[in-house]
Design a protein around this ligand. Structure first.
Ligand code: PGA
Length: 401
């Protein structure tokens, strides 16, 4: 499998100060690594703050959530691809479902935006996805592939080979209802086959990401699905620790067994805390066993070690054995208090780093979506309707300089 891509689409969340604090906290949990890519898509006005916060981490990439299809001109409120490039963006989301369904962006416009992005040296992440009605009508593949063709129709096949695609079913975005890994895989395979046709065979370089209600609970399973090469995450990318735990996820059984990966993915504090917990458990077992043997309730246990009667003396046979048990209880009790005390200090000194992917048992109930509430409910909720049939009104011509 190629190294996975984890993209955070913050949408209209995180003002510059929040964005800076988020990146600091994320970086504390996520060291440099070669085996995965991370891309942030912050809101335009927080973009500069994120660039500043990431200045020592060139391994983490940045993109913008939207661009206009013109390079410059009288388009109040818009940003162009060259402006985004100049601000430090490498990627741009094009055709996101909220652009299509909330702002009425047409397929023709997504094509023009892809062309503008490529002209300016930005890499488009082309988002495609069907509504619930389209899925129920059996039109998923037809809709998704039509959107894909329209988006890539404005560039050459060599340029298309450098793009990224994100499959994001509209009904899954911000709803807490993700596509199953099998459903995602099936659509990804159809996208791959279409890319193969469009790119005349050279489609393998194009990563296809899945997006739509991805969270800590389902990320590993989705990532393990065939053809899913990354995740585009909205709500669950808004909390730094939660996002780090998703980014540290890995698909495949091998990573479960990788001690190196475990060391890489956990902070020293987290590993020390776990070590203390294991010691505490062992100590508790010793303590309880010693007490049971002393109280004579460990007769069965004693017998299993070769003692003839049910008394602990029968196991050891002498008064010294009783003394040994008493001493063991005292030591184990003292150690228990000491370990509990150290554990308390260790856990208050820093929260454990997010666990690696497969530390989470498969089948862990998905965490509730973390999108913050807005006045109108979730910021992600998109009306389940298709894009307007009529193209959006033509934009005014740019003012002559
Ligand atoms: P979500 O959003 O993860 O909140 O569903 C994904 C997206 O819109 O890209």
């Amino acid at each position: 499998m190629k190294s996975p891509i984890f993209a955070a689409n913050w949408k209209m969340n995180h003002a510059p100060a929040d964005a800076t604090a988020f990146i600091r906290s994320f970086l504390a949990n996520f060291g440099k690594r070669q085996d995965r890519s991370v891309i942030f898509f912050p809101p335009a006005l927080s973009f500069g703050a994120v660039v500043g916060a990431l200045k020592d981490r060139p391994d983490i990439q940045l993109g913008v959530q939207n661009i206009h299809w013109e390079d410059k001109g009288a388009f109040t409120g818009e940003n162009s691809a060259p402006i985004a490039r100049g601000a430090g963006a490498k990627y741009v989301l094009v055709g996101h479902s909220e652009r299509r369904h909330v702002f009425g962006e047409t397929e023709e416009q997504t094509g023009k935006k892809v062309a503008a992005a490529v002209r300016a040296g930005l890499t488009p992440m082309v988002c495609v996805g069907e509504t619930l009605a389209q899925r129920e009508a059996g039109e998923t593949e037809q809709v998704v592939l039509r959107q894909l063709r329209a988006a890539l129709s404005t560039i050459s096949s060599a340029q298309a080979a450098d793009c990224l695609v994100a499959y994001e079913p509209v009904w899954a975005i911000g709803t807490g209802r993700n596509a199953t890994p099998a459903d995602a895989s099936a659509v990804h395979a159809a996208i791959r086959a279409e890319l193969h046709r469009i790119l005349e065979g050279g489609s393998l370089a194009v990563p296809i990401l899945y997006g739509g209600s991805v969270n800590r609970g389902n990320a590993a399973d989705l990532l393990a699905a065939p053809e899913v090469e990354g995740l585009l995450v909205g709500g669950a990318s808004l909390d730094a620790e939660g996002w780090a735990s998703i980014v540290l996820k890995r698909s495949g059984w091998l990573s479960r067994l990788s001690f190196k990966a475990y060391l890489r993915n956990h902070s020293r504090t987290a590993m020390f805390t776990r070590f203390l917990v294991i010691l505490l458990i062992i100590d508790s077992i010793v303590l309880v066993t010693a007490i049971l043997l002393q109280a004579g309730k460990g007769g069965g246990l004693a017998a299993s070690f070769g003692g003839a009667s049910s008394s602990s003396d029968s196991l050891f046979g002498t008064r010294q054995a009783g003394n040994l048990l008493t001493k063991t209880s005292w030591w184990a009790g003292g150690l228990f208090i000491f370990l509990a005390f150290i554990l308390q200090i260790a856990s208050s000194r820093g929260r454990a780093a997010p666990t690696s992917v497969l530390d989470q048992a498969v089948g862990t109930p998905p965490a509730a979506p973390t999108a913050p509430a807005t006045g109108t409910g979730s910021q992600n909720v998109v009306p389940l309707q298709t894009a307007p049939a009529t193209p959006a009104p033509a934009a005014p011509a740019p003012a002559k300089p």
